[in-house]
Design a protein around this ligand. Structure first.
Ligand SMILES: [Zn+2]
Length: 407
């Protein structure tokens, strides 16, 4: 009797294991592979969190034990990558950016909420730049305790212009020891303060060359002349780029610097939520006027950037409080500003992955890649607002959202 019970236990447990490891089959009506190709009627097979096959015009390969998702009416693509996010930023319980009454647990829960809402919006990888609180959130997401995108973080940024080059090198090594995935550098004041260069060329050289020596990427907040200085210093990626001249854009193209402009969402979000920001730091009436004035300047710069040969334009939203979960609005802004929809999407897939040096893991739908797969209702190549209608989200083979009609 005991023996029978024991063998029954083994049968049941092996069934459970089989269910967990069962292949997942997805039928994609239209597939954007993340590298600029459109395929139709594709069967994607996922096992152990990775894509094992993706075959166009394939016959049904469902086996009895496989789990099947019918996305034949959807446009399927790799999960999006946002290279510039502030995932922990939120409005406090008082509805304002600054809330001194907020408790640490309220802040932590708000950050977890941001992670969840970002993932639900189709972003399966996010690079958060500028706060040490990211570290705990990254761990919570990694452990599976909190649903959220794969999180990369720079922890604290380097911005103190009083540091000597040697002190900057030391700060980079310290960030590496503390577990930073990359180094964020402020080389310019904020746009609300005019955007002038703060770090010298020599300081930038020290930061970016030390990071490179430590195997870390660098992401530089830069306007005006700081754009060219960052490119010349061999930094990995330049953010914003407002007031960049054609020579600055050419310098990035020449050095292979990734360029991450923010065309709409971040400033629109600030203006839409003005009352909630006003009074905190540089969020003054004057600062808001400067941001409003920057919008047409950014649009003009972006047109030149698109026309610049060999410039690698990637996707990052600079999502702050109020913008989490609306990251995809930036696609719409970019297309309205003149970018080809496919190019905008590739910027958030394979090109973004390349900038992270993760092109062999994410950003494309191909065998061996992580199964980060999303689907939108509609075709964003024809109507970019389809990016607002994310109906399916899978990250690492696990489904977090499925609003696709099932049969
Ligand atoms: Zn930012």
């Amino acid at each position: 009797m005991k023996l029978i019970r024991l063998s029954l236990f083994f049968i049941i447990s092996s069934v459970v294991v089989a269910a967990q490891n069962a292949p997942v089959v997805i039928r994609a009506g239209t597939l954007l592979d993340g590298k600029g190709h459109v395929l139709h009627n594709v069967l994607i097979v996922v096992e152990d969190g990775k894509i094992v096959r993706a075959e166009p015009n394939a016959k049904d390969q469902r086996s009895q034990e496989s789990v099947f998702y019918d996305l034949s009416r959807m446009t399927v693509m790799p999960g999006w990558i946002d290279l510039h996010d502030h995932i922990t930023w939120h409005f406090g319980p008082n509805g304002h950016m600054e809330d001194k009454s907020e408790t640490p647990s309220q802040a932590a829960l708000a950050a977890a909420g941001n992670a969840y809402t970002t993932l639900m919006a189709g972003f399966t990888t996010v690079q958060s730049v500028g706060s040490p609180e990211d570290r705990d959130l990254r761990a919570a997401i990694r452990s599976g305790a909190v649903p959220g995108p794969r999180l990369l973080t720079s922890l604290e940024p380097i911005e103190d212009s009083k540091l000597t080059p040697e002190q900057i090198r030391e700060a980079v090594r310290k960030l590496k020891a503390e577990g930073a995935d990359l180094v964020k550098i402020f080389a310019s004041r904020s746009i609300r303060q005019g955007g002038g260069q703060t770090l010298t060329d020599e300081q930038l050289q020290a930061a970016c060359s030390e990071a490179k020596a430590q195997g870390l990427r660098t992401l530089v907040h830069a306007y005006r002349a700081a754009v060219r200085a960052a490119a010349n210093a061999g930094c990995t990626e330049v953010e914003h780029g407002t007031f960049a001249t054609q020579e600055d854009l050419d310098a990035m193209a020449q050095h292979g610097t990734f360029f991450d402009p923010q065309v709409g969402l971040v400033i629109h979000n600030y203006l839409d939520n003005k009352d909630k920001f006003l009074g905190a730091g540089s969020y003054t009436e004057e600062g808001f006027t400067k941001m409003q004035e920057a919008l047409p300047i950014i649009a003009e710069m972006f047109k030149h950037a698109l026309a610049t040969k060999n410039l690698k334009i990637v996707f990052g939203t600079d999502a702050v409080a109020g913008a989490h979960g609306r990251n995809a609005e930036e696609f719409i802004d970019r297309v309205q500003a003149g970018e080809d929809p496919m190019d905008a999407l590739v910027a958030a897939n394979s090109r973004a992955a390349e900038s992270l040096n993760m092109q062999n893991q994410i950003g494309a739908i191909a065998p061996g890649m992580q199964a980060d797969i999303i689907a939108v209702d509609g075709n964003p190549l024809k109507d970019i607002t389809a990016v607002r209608r994310v109906a399916f989200v899978m990250k690492g083979g696990r489904v977090y959202k499925n609003q696709a009609a099932s049969h």
